[in-house]
Design a protein around this ligand. Structure first.
Ligand code: ZN
Length: 206
């Protein structure tokens, strides 16, 4: 806890401000604004909010197949027989799946849960990379689209995975990457759906 309660507030209010301040992208000013907004909120609405938070903590888990977030295992994408089971899109974060779904992607996914970043102490063993290789080996995928973020770490991760696949004689699969209409250094989750759709349509062999 930051424990920086000043005059004009109370321990309860300060606790709420501190909790908001711990969230990504929320500075002290924003944390204060949110806390005071919440205090003015009707009780029923604040109960809905706290219930929504507790509900995702209780029910949301990783799909044991693709590692997307789900409330059922396997997730509804992996279970859907109308999806193209020959096409796999590899992404860094579960939020990226949302973006690709909005862009109309109809294949399956694999969520890595990050990118290789030695400076942050994140190696291949910290990501769902071995699960990916195992999954490719035991399924009939024809193409894998390496859709990691267009960043240094994202590119390094895509390269690492492609080498791993190429070094595996038992795997025969086309490896592609989305076209770089995306701004360099940008996160996929912020790409609008038209940009993402164009990037998918214009994908090329790695
Ligand atoms: Zn799944």
């Amino acid at each position: 806890m930051l424990n920086n309660q000043g005059p004009g507030t109370t321990p309860q209010i300060q606790r709420l401000i501190d909790e908001f301040n711990r969230l990504p992208g929320i500075g002290v000013k924003s944390a204060q604004r949110l806390a005071y907004y919440l205090i003015r909120m009707p009780v029923a609405q604040s109960e809905d909010l706290s219930d929504a938070i507790l509900s995702v903590k209780k029910h949301i888990k990783y799909c044991s197949n693709c590692f997307n977030l789900t409330d059922q295992d396997p997730c509804n994408i992996c279970q859907n027989s109308r999806r193209n089971e020959k096409l796999m899109c590899v992404v860094e974060q579960a939020m990226d799946v949302l973006a690709f779904e909005k862009a109309g992607f109809n294949g399956l996914y694999h969520v890595l849960h990050g990118a290789i970043s030695p400076i942050d102490g994140i190696g291949p063993e910290n990501l769902k990379i071995q699960n990916l290789i195992d999954r490719i080996k035991s399924n009939l995928f024809e193409e894998i689209i390496l859709s990691t973020n267009p960043t240094t770490t994202g590119d390094a991760t895509a390269l690492y995975i492609s080498r791993l696949i190429q070094d595996e004689p038992s795997i025969n699969i086309r490896i592609t990457i989305p076209a770089r209409g995306l701004s360099v250094g940008g996160d996929l989750e912020y790409a609008d759906q038209d940009t993402l759709r164009r990037a998918l349509d214009g994908r090329r062999d790695l």
